[in-house]
Design a protein around this ligand. Structure first.
Ligand SMILES: *[C@@H]1O[C@H](CO)[C@@H](O)[C@H](O)[C@H]1NC(C)=O
Ligand SMILES: *[C@@H]1O[C@H](CO)[C@@H](O)[C@H](O)[C@H]1NC(C)=O
Ligand SMILES: *[C@@H]1O[C@H](CO)[C@@H](O)[C@H](O)[C@H]1NC(C)=O
Ligand SMILES: *[C@@H]1O[C@H](CO)[C@@H](O)[C@H](O)[C@H]1NC(C)=O
Length: 474
């Protein structure tokens, strides 16, 4: 952390130096121009080119050097490491139309400078990455968004690092996956079918076979039908629980955090002693898959004093009550449910309640950047179900050790905050960074696929590697 802030200090110093250099050189140019003019040589005629106009206009209004130099700094930044994203202008029915936004005229996108359509609240918000990433890319085109940008929209797909597909798949699942009377397919399925058709008709898709495409499917049930066809793309998921490994895996795809539903603990002055509950869990009972472990743990822990273990969704218990509970607990349990991940981990982080993760198949966001063992306790399922194992472990963690993890939680919590406009190293920017880290592997795949272009007109295999694709997985 200290490292990073000192390097950014260096950057700012460098920037101000750069401003000075620009300012002095502009003044020098101007003065030589006036000197030349005052000599009155007739052959020197000032023909304002459009560029000179901009500079001189701005100088008259006083902000010339700043504007002039900002251009250079922006270009320098871009060449350094900003991710260049081409976004399809998908029809609104794939994105903001699902939020009941009505386009005006032929506009595909809302004018986010005047009004940003709202995403529905409640548990929908957990999977809202699609909304935040799309807004961020739209916003990257407006001035005033230049500092600390990690991704920008480019209009020429040949210049892009990745191709972004702005389909709000989780919302489509949440709102339109139930069959209504007389319907043979849900609207969610029809939209996915349309998406596959749309993509396969695009030049960009044909060029790469989809390898450089980014498709968001954060809800575990979203993109249920299209996932088996669009698999060459990079998916942004919450976990791999409902995907066969040839369709999605940790090498190819990205794990994004849930948006937490518990309120952030602002100005947390709590201490080990001021949090009365040792271990907190609130969640649903599942009868299938990983759910068995929840019941086993319940029987192991139910008679322990200072353990709060209840079944029931946060929604039903009230977000306020759950917030209260997590803010008053030292450790918060995250047990695999019907999927390896859940928003509970991110609720715990926002509450500065040290997560205890019992989920063998879990994959975590940006684990190439952060070391979760610094602020989480991981326990294998086989260990957690041993008599006394978990409680001995938790009670054995000292006050000092807990306090160290609690501090670390406050350092990392920003990585899990979704914001519009995005800010330094918040969830939106961290997801773009994770994507940027995959770009070299994408380039490698693309170049390898081109080896035989001269002797074969088929660029990419249409079959997933190895493995059979089940028709309905799980
Ligand atoms: C897009 O970029 C490519 C590569 O830089 C360039 O050859 C092409 O002319 C550009 N197309 C347009 C329409 O600007
Ligand atoms: C947190 O502390 C800051 C500064 O002390 C204060 O301005 C702010 O209102 C506090 N926020 C809350 C939610 O208590
Ligand atoms: C809130 O939580 C407390 C225990 O923490 C519980 O006794 C109470 O019933 C809960 N209230 C609601 C509305 O769920
Ligand atoms: C691709 O190759 C097949 C057979 O090798 C041929 O029938 C087909 O017309 C070719 N397609 C194109 C676009 O060249």
């Amino acid at each position: 952390m200290a490292d990073r802030s000192s390097s950014s200090m260096g950057f700012y110093c460098w920037n101000s130096l750069f401003y000075w250099l620009c300012l002095t050189s502009i003044l020098f140019l101007l003065s030589s121009f006036f000197v030349l003019r005052s000599t009155g040589r007739p052959q020197f005629v000032f023909r304002p080119s459009s560029d000179a106009n901009i500079v001189s206009d701005n100088i008259n209004s006083g902000g010339g050097a700043a504007v002039f130099c900002e251009k250079f700094i922006a270009e320098r930044g871009v060449s350094k490491q900003v991710l260049k994203v081409f976004m399809y202008d998908l029809p609104p029915e794939f994105h903001f139309g699902l939020l009941d936004w009505k386009p005006e005229g032929s506009n595909v996108w809302p004018d986010i400078r005047t009004k940003v359509p709202n995403y529905p609240g409640g548990l929908n918000l957990q999977h809202s990455i699609e909304y935040w990433l799309t807004l961020d890319i739209l916003f990257s085109e407006y001035s005033g968004s230049s500092n600390s940008r990690v991704a920008v929209r480019v209009r020429n797909s040949s210049e892009a690092d990745v191709i972004f597909v702005p389909f709000f798949s989780s919302l489509s699942y949440n709102r339109f996956s139930r069959l209504r009377k007389q319907e043979r397919s849900s609207l969610d399925k029809l939209t996915q079918d349309k998406l596959v058709q749309y993509l396969e008709a695009q030049e960009e898709w044909k060029r790469s076979g989809g390898v450089d495409h980014i498709i968001m499917a954060h809800h575990p049930n979203s993109l249920l039908y299209a996932r088996n066809q669009l698999w060459p793309a990079m998916y942004i998921l919450s976990d791999f629980g409902r995907y066969p490994p040839n369709i999605a895996n940790v090498q190819k795809d990205i794990i994004a955090p849930y948006r937490h539903v518990i309120k952030s603990y602002v100005n947390d002055t709590s201490t080990y002693n001021s949090r009365p509950i040792l271990l907190f869990f609130q969640g649903a009972i599942y009868r299938k898959d990983g759910g068995v472990i929840r019941q086993e743990l319940f029987y192991l822990l139910k008679d322990e004093r200072d353990v709060h273990f209840t079944f029931g969704s946060i929604q039903r218990g009230g977000v306020n009550n759950a917030t209260q509970g997590m803010h008053s607990s030292k450790f918060c349990l995250n047990i695999a449910g019907d999927t390896p991940s859940s928003n509970r981990l991110f609720d715990a982080i926002a509450s500065h309640c040290v997560p205890v993760i019992i989920s063998d198949e879990i994959e975590l966001p940006y684990e190439d950047i952060i070391d979760y063992s610094e602020f989480c306790i991981f326990v294998r399922t086989s260990d957690a179900t041993k008599e006394k194992f978990l409680m001995n472990l938790i009670r054995g963690i000292s006050k000092e050790e807990w306090t160290r993890m609690w501090r670390k939680l406050q350092e990392v919590e920003n990585y899990f905050e979704f914001r519009y406009p995005s800010r330094d190293d918040d969830a939106v920017q961290m997801i773009w960074k994770s994507i940027a880290h995959k770009v070299p592997a994408v380039k490698l795949k693309l170049n390898r696929n081109r080896r035989y272009v001269r002797t074969s007109n088929v660029s990419v295999d249409r079959e997933p590697p190895a493995f059979m694709v089940p028709h309905s997985f799980w």
